[in-house]
Design a protein. Structure first.
Length: 168
């Protein structure tokens, strides 16, 4: 498997912790964690397998550093690359915008010639609306460290096992 770049934006540290847990599952020799606050399009382009992730803040907004990174993401040449997305949200406090960040990132990727992989089931979640869901599936890994933190580790392990196949 080719090297993996895990690009995250984190204001509270939760997305950074999730990115590090994902890296641990792949192995530090295979996956590199990159904070988007200093990342450029060229940093993204050097990887064939890419993971993007951040929290949904306020009501359906991207995490601040990731929002600032969006022009770099939009400028990146992702043609032929495999890309996965993870997002963090709070389905109890924000049931109408749970993990909207996944959907926002997906919208920026969908016409860039990359293959978006790593969709997951919505089973086990309780929310009303999400831009990160299409046809009963999340467009990536949905994590809720506020009301389902006990499921985060297992969800990451299961998702990375799937990505190991998707990234080959």
């Amino acid at each position: 498997m080719q090297k993996i770049g895990i690009f995250y934006g984190s204001s509270t540290g939760n997305s950074e912790i999730a990115a590090q847990q994902i890296q641990k599952e792949f192995g530090a020799d295979l996956a590199t964690v990159i904070d988007v606050s200093g990342a450029k399009a060229a940093d993204v382009e050097q990887y064939s397998n890419i993971i993007f992730g951040c929290s949904t803040l306020e009501i359906g907004e991207l995490e601040y550093d990731f929002e600032d990174f969006m022009p770099e993401l939009e400028a990146a040449n992702l043609k032929g690359k495999k890309v996965a997305i993870f997002g963090l949200g709070d389905q109890e406090s924000y049931p109408d915008s749970f993990v909207d960040s996944i959907g926002i990132i997906y919208e920026a990727l969908k016409d860039k010639g990359c293959d978006v992989v790593g969709k997951t089931s919505t089973e086990g979640y309780d929310y009303d609306e999400s831009r990160g869901e299409v046809d009963g599936q999340f467009l990536g890994l949905a994590l809720d460290d506020d009301s389902q933190d006990d499921l985060t580790e297992e969800r990451i392990k299961d998702w990375v096992a799937k990505l190991k196949n998707d990234f080959n």
